[in-house]
Design a protein around this ligand. Sequence first.
Ligand code: UT7
Length: 336
Amino acid sequence: MYNSKITGLGYYVPENVITNDDLSKIMDTNDAWIQERTGIKERRHVVRGDGDTTTTMGVKAAKIAIERAKIDKDDIDFIVFATLSPDYYFPGPGVLVQRDLGIKTVGALDVRNQCSGFIYALSVADQFIKSGMYKNVLVIGSELHSHGLDMTTRGRGVSVIFGDGAGAAVLSRSEDKGKGMLSSHLHSEGQHAEELSLIAPGMGKRWVTDIIEDNDPNDESYYPHMNGQFVFKNAVVRFSEVIMEGLKKNSLKPEDIDLLVPHQANLRISQFIQNKFGLGNDQVFNNIMKYGNTTAASIPIALTEAWESGKVKDGDLVVLAAFGSGFTWGSVIIRW
Ligand code: UT7
């Protein structure tokens, strides 16, 4: 059996910064509320016409990750793309990345696990490498939220939180025993599917034909819905459980963690986990202040920034964890 390790990381965010004050000009919200409840100061929004899409942002992040992995794009054996905001209803963005990067006809898989999408995607890539099937897998998480949000007071509980951006990693075969991805842990609880969801268009409750026929400007079903407090309560429990599960699997303890990179859902959630595990400020990486919640992109953006700033060192125990819509949640334990 082979090991897999992250050999390259990259991220891309659009240049357009939207501050909390900018939002307060278009809806009934304010900087104090947003900072106190979420920790967010600003986020990035794609400007329509600039050419950025979920796929193009993913491609930009991927190019950096491939270069840093010191491989050629034609060394990529497989693509895994995690997003909840694909360019098209179908096909998914994986094949668009294959086309835009000009990679040979390798397989491309789309993962639809929202906030835990990148954890699921990494886990899939890890299995392909450990089984010996592939040597280099390109894993991308990218989201373009801003143009799918209800940017009125009605949608403020959701729209102030989410931002646009992309992150990518190259996961490669490694002969280094005891290093790389040690384990991944994935869970779901579909009982709460609608608590954080976007119902339409879909082939369930709101068909495309319903939306066209009704042509109702007050139809909220095509905006994301979140039962914020319920999601929050579940998040803190599941984050803790799945981090402990990963540590136990590897006979490790919370004090062995060098760096925890949690999905950037809410600064209060990260701080709760930090306190629960008795971790110091330098042991938990947060950048939600700058980018908001970028869903599947949040972990690879944060991991890349942590790595770029020298916070991820050879031999470190790095823990990634996420919770979100589905509900789905998961963790990845890495010996760097
Ligand atoms: O990444 C996927 C997983 N997502 C999460 O883990 C998110 C989990 N949930 C949360 O982060 C928090 O629940 C939120 C940040 C979404 C909301 O914070 P909260 O402290 O739970 O606030 P709330 O929803 O209970 O709302 C409190 C009040 C309400 O007013 P009333 O009913 O008390 O008068 C809301 O209408 O705050 C109001 N409110 C706002 N006020 C100003 C809601 N959104 C806003 C806003 N600006 N943007």
